[in-house]
Design a protein around this ligand. Structure first.
Ligand code: HAM
Length: 428
């Protein structure tokens, strides 16, 4: 029984009060993205497995250990998306979004799936708010994107977020760096974990973000990519820093920051939460990925914010979320004819975009009034035989108990709006 009464490990339900808070945060992020010229893209939850293998690199934790991959009934290997970038690139290419000229700026708010060991801020199903910019190699685009990320976090009122910055160069300068890393780690091979050992030849940079404490200690003394950057990458990185400084955006250089996915080139960054001890988001440039996925050479960059982690950070900060709007008018009724009238008045109010409710559980009048209070109704209209006969009823403003008579016939909406405009209204 437990299997069907408990949500799968690493997943959570968002119950109404929590879902409302999430929606508030998501809306703030959407506003920020749209303000910056981004438009929404929605891609499938599953993609061909190869897209992620090619996109994220097959020697990464995500691809090697964490993907939800299965064969569909047609014998194709498909994978629940572990992140949003690869799908956004595919969609951009498949739908020719570049035809209107560059930059193409996309955002998405999507559930992602990684088979991880669940812990605080680490889920198997988590939500990412991501943004991607295609078609510019200019460092101004990097700085602008990072500025937008910082501004989004500030818009949410987060005070405890930093910005860590690094450049991991291009394939040219990385060749020499890989050799230096291989030499360094080979000399310490016997202490590396089995996963790192297997990555030594194929992808030594991955050892730099291994979670094992012993590997981390060894990695701390490893050669730094910033000492191996080619001239172009150096000047690109210097410009990004110069532009961030021009916008008064403080950052910390972290030469050990390499990110966990293989597609990054040049600028990489993370937004760490000091108190929670993990990154709320991260991203960077991926100038080779579009070509890798079959498109024309197209420089690109982006970042993803972990929604679950943003919510944890906001809760840790005791953020006050906006109050729930609640029910605006409750129409209480006594008797069958009044009940039908209440139902039809509520229907009329809904058509006008006003939040209204009436009893649907067979409650008596007293219980209906109690229920209206529980809903936090702003107004209450009580209907009985007398009101039906007179075509009028008293509209009660719950906050101060004052009442005004309004028509419940033709003039109902007009009368209601006149009274509620004076007193204040929740919806509309
Ligand atoms: P990522 O760093 O793997 O990057 O994930 C982005 C954010 O998603 C993380 O900073 C974290 O907040 C959240 N996150 C990742 N894994 C989990 C998890 N298991 N549970 C909860 N939250 C998680 C990417 O996925 C890139 N696609 C970002 C990007 C976009 N780079 C360029 N464009």
């Amino acid at each position: 029984m437990e299997l069907i009464t408990k949500a799968p490990k690493g997943t959570v339900d968002l119950v109404p009060q929590t879902a409302r808070r999430w929606r508030w945060v998501e809306q703030a992020l959407i506003n920020e993205a749209e303000l910056n010229g981004f438009a929404e893209v929605r891609t499938p939850v599953f993609e061909h497995t190869e897209l992620f293998q090619r996109g994220m690199g097959d020697v990464t934790d995500v691809v090697e250990k964490q993907m939800y991959t299965f064969e569909d009934k047609g014998g194709r290997s498909v994978t629940l998306r572990p992140e949003g970038t690869a799908g956004a690139v595919r969609a951009m290419l498949e739908n020719g979004l570049y035809n209107n000229g560059y930059p193409v700026r996309l955002y998405y708010n999507i559930p992602c799936y990684r088979y991880e060991k669940p812990q605080k801020g680490r889920m198997r199903e988590f939500r990412t708010f991501g943004v991607e910019v295609f078609g510019t190699a200019e460092p101004i685009a990097d700085a602008q994107l990072i500025a937008m990320g910082m501004s989004a976090l500030q818009r949410l009122g987060l005070t405890d977020v930093g910005l860590q910055l690094n450049s991991i160069g291009c394939p040219t300068c990385r060749k020499e760096y890989h050799q230096a890393l291989q030499a360094y780690f080979s000399a310490r091979k016997e202490s590396l974990c089995p996963t790192c050992l297997s990555r030594l030849d194929r992808n030594p940079m991955r050892i730099l973000d291994c979670k094992s404490p012993v590997c981390q200690e060894i990695a701390a003394g490893a050669p730094k990519i910033t000492d191996y950057l080619c001239e172009d990458c150096q000047s690109h990185f210097a410009k990004v820093q110069e532009y961030l400084t021009a916008m008064d955006i403080p950052f910390t250089l972290d030469p050990g920051l390499v990110r966990g996915l293989d597609y990054y080139t040049r600028t990489v960054f993370e937004f760490p939460s000091q108190s929670l001890g993990f990154a709320l988001g991260g991203g960077g440039r991926y100038d080779e990925l579009v070509e890798e996925i079959g498109g024309p050479p197209t420089p690109a960059l982006g970042f993803g914010l972990g929604m679950d982690r943003l919510m944890l950070a906001l809760e840790a900060q005791k953020t006050e979320f906006p109050e729930e709007a609640g029910c605006e008018v409750f129409v209480a009724a006594m008797g069958e004819a009044a009940k039908v009238k209440a139902m039809s008045l509520v229907n009329t109010l809904h058509k006008c975009g006003l939040g209204a409710d009436c009893d649907v559980c067979g409650r008596g009048l007293k219980a209906q009034m109690k229920y209206a209070g529980k809903l936090g109704a702003q107004y209450c209209l009580v209907l009985g035989d007398d009101e039906l006969a007179a075509g009028k009823a008293r509209l009660k403003y719950m906050a101060d108990g004052t009442e005004k008579e309004i028509g419940i016939g033709e003039s109902f909406v007009e009368d209601y709006l006149a009274v509620s405009t004076e007193k204040g209204r929740l919806s509309l």
